[in-house]
Design a protein around this ligand. Structure first.
Ligand code: SF4
Ligand code: SF4
Length: 342
């Protein structure tokens, strides 16, 4: 199976967040009617751009190799650091695209480490085999950066179906390199987390039992170890939304999410303890709203930007929701940290 191409490069209407929202709104479906309020910023998430060395079918960012225009500048990185200093956030979660491809990535990591933050790099694994990133496993280990790696499945066929032929073998090679410098062996300073999402129109399975199965499968077949597995539902956004529509699965998948709605997920939703910064400095309640271009808004309705960062104003804001929120609240729930309810 080959990987796909970006919606933007194909001129697809679904490249627009507004168009994606319209597609979801046209469905015969209950609306997401919960009112969500922020509970204080614990995680400062920075999306440094849409550039990626891959073009996976399920990508909710519509990332790809030609997306060089959407790249966080050094000036915006510095605005993020100044804003970070005005919060009590203990964690900085750096994502993309492939965040390692941003030229200011190492500067950002070093600045966050110097501030004593827990730094998470959301890594697609294969990027660690590309030229300028080959030294990153050692570089990360020296700084104690936590690596959260996306790997759709521990079986080759399932992973390559979603990410493109050859991805699994490269991912295993990257995991071996991380293991070789001490990641994934139980050292809390060198934490290696795998992130799973279903390869198809169904919900994530039980995180704990999958973790056991994956640990056995990867150790027995590839000699690879990791510390924890988190599982995420695929969000009905961007290229996964396109696939759902094209394959005739959209209505059924959304009904599955709505029917599995679980109010116990509400307190743990990531939009409640995270602020998400876009590559151009715009602020969002979460990475998913970011991809739908649903900006975080003040109580008065003004769109918010990192240059005017004001924690008190953010605390008052209502979180922007929509039908895509059923993706986070179905079953055990789903967030950048995995399941959110038992
Ligand atoms: S899912 Fe991740 S690795 Fe795949 S194209 Fe999107 S950002 Fe890149
Ligand atoms: S998509 Fe999820 S994290 Fe984002 S606002 Fe909706 S429920 Fe919250």
């Amino acid at each position: 199976m080959r990987a796909t191409t970006t919606l933007v490069s194909r001129g697809s209407p679904l490249a627009s967040g507004a168009q994606q929202l319209q597609v979801l709104q046209r469905l015969e479906l209950a609306d997401f009617s919960e009112t969500l309020s922020p509970a204080g910023i614990e995680i400062f998430q920075i999306n440094v751009g849409k550039l990626c060395n891959m073009t996976c079918r399920h990508c909710h960012v519509d990332a790809g190799p030609e997306r060089t225009a959407e790249m966080m500048s050094r000036e915006t990185v510095d605005l993020c650091l100044a804003a970070l200093d005005r919060t009590a956030a203990g964690t900085v979660d750096i994502t993309g695209g492939a965040p390692e491809l941003n030229p200011h990535f190492r500067y950002l990591v070093d600045q966050c480490v110097a501030r004593g933050k827990r730094v998470i790099d959301r890594c697609n694994l294969t990027v660690l085999l590309t030229g300028p990133c080959r030294d990153l496993p050692e570089w990360f280990a020296q700084r104690g950066v936590e690596i959260v790696c996306s790997l759709p499945h521990y079986r080759k066929r399932n992973t390559d179906l979603q990410r493109g032929d050859g991805t699994f073998d490269k991912s295993i090679e990257a995991l071996r390199r991380l293991n070789a410098v001490g990641y994934g062996r139980g050292d809390p300073r060198l934490r290696l987390v795998l992130m799973h999402n279903p390869v198809g129109a169904f919900l994530s399975g039980d995180q704990k039992s999958m973790e056991r199965e994956w640990k056995q499968g990867l150790a027995a077949n590839h000699g690879v170890t990791f510390d924890a597995l988190i599982s995420l539902n695929n969000m009905p956004i961007s290229r996964f939304l396109e696939w759902l529509e094209a394959s005739g699965n959209l209505q059924e998948y959304m009904e599955r999410l709505v029917n599995a709605y679980n109010p116990a997920t509400l307190p743990g939703l990531m939009c409640r303890n995270t602020i998400s910064v876009g590559w151009d400095g715009r602020l969002y309640d979460c990475d998913f709203n970011q991809m739908l271009e649903l900006e975080a808004r003040s109580l008065g309705g003004a769109a918010l930007h990192i240059r005017d960062f004001d924690p008190a104003r953010l605390r008052e804001r209502p979180i922007v929701t929509g039908r895509h929120c059923f993706g986070c609240t179905a079953g055990a729930g789903s967030s950048c940290g995995g399941a959110v309810a038992a």
